[in-house]
Design a protein around this ligand. Structure first.
Ligand code: CA
Length: 238
């Protein structure tokens, strides 16, 4: 079994921290929560990712970010109520890997965590894990960014692959258009989302009978893996 991802949460705002902590626990993460920059810097336990609030009581979160980055390669996601573009840029320049603005949903944070950890993998992990399997027919090799259907590689455009990789992180989960656009296209997407529908349609076509992507009106999409069906050679779409 894969061990849980260990998150160091640095946040002095108790309601925000508590709801984030509960949400992360619900999704199987381990969370160590500290409320000051000093506690963050002296936290000895190993952790896989840092969620770092910028507005801390004892020190500027940007300074914490800088020190953490000097010490290690651990992914740092800045969380902040400051919507100032300067903070964002400075945070990223100081070595933060990503940035989420308050208010945010726990799913958005989880998507960011998974994304930064995926980007870390080539730097750290040995190639121990094979491709991820979905049912009997579909495999996604996240290291090589390759998708196979019945052993044959499926030709996907880069964004089709990114969309599939994102939606298959949690089959059955309803993802909002905003979450998908942010995770797959751009963290600052404000434009129309028609391009999303086009990519969903392409995935439905290329992976027909293997996955379904249900449109939930006014919200977003839900991907499901079609269960293997030995009796009649696979179900059609209904
Ligand atoms: Ca704060």
């Amino acid at each position: 079994m894969v061990r849980p991802v260990r998150v160091l949460l640095v946040e002095d705002d108790e309601p925000v921290a508590e709801s984030l902590r509960r949400g992360l626990l619900r999704y199987g993460f381990e969370v160590a929560w500290v409320t000051t920059g000093a506690a963050a810097l002296s936290h000895a336990e190993p952790y896989d990712v840092v969620l770092l609030d910028l507005g801390l009581p004892d020190t500027d979160g940007l300074d914490v970010c800088k020190v953490l980055r000097e010490r290690s390669e651990v992914p740092i996601i800045v969380i902040s109520a400051r919507s100032d573009e300067t903070d964002r840029v400075v945070g990223l320049e100081l070595g933060a890997d990503d940035y989420v603005s308050k208010p945010f949903g726990v799913r958005e944070v989880i998507a960011r965590i998974r994304a930064v950890m995926r980007r870390m993998q080539p730097r750290t992990a040995a190639a121990e894990a094979g491709p991820d399997r979905y049912g009997d027919r579909l495999t996604i090799d996240r290291k090589a960014a390759r998708v196979r259907l019945d052993g044959e590689e499926v030709a996907l455009a880069p964004k089709e692959y990114d969309l599939l990789a994102f939606l298959t992180e949690e089959p059955g989960a309803l993802m909002s258009r905003e979450q998908i656009m942010e995770a797959v296209w751009d963290a600052n997407w404000f434009g129309p989302t028609k391009t999303l529908d086009v990519h969903v349609a392409a995935l439905r076509r290329k992976l027909a009978g293997v996955i379904t992507i249900e449109a939930v009106r006014g919200v977003g999409f839900r991907l499901e893996i079609v269960k293997g069906d030995q009796d009649n050679g696979g179900g059609g779409t209904s």
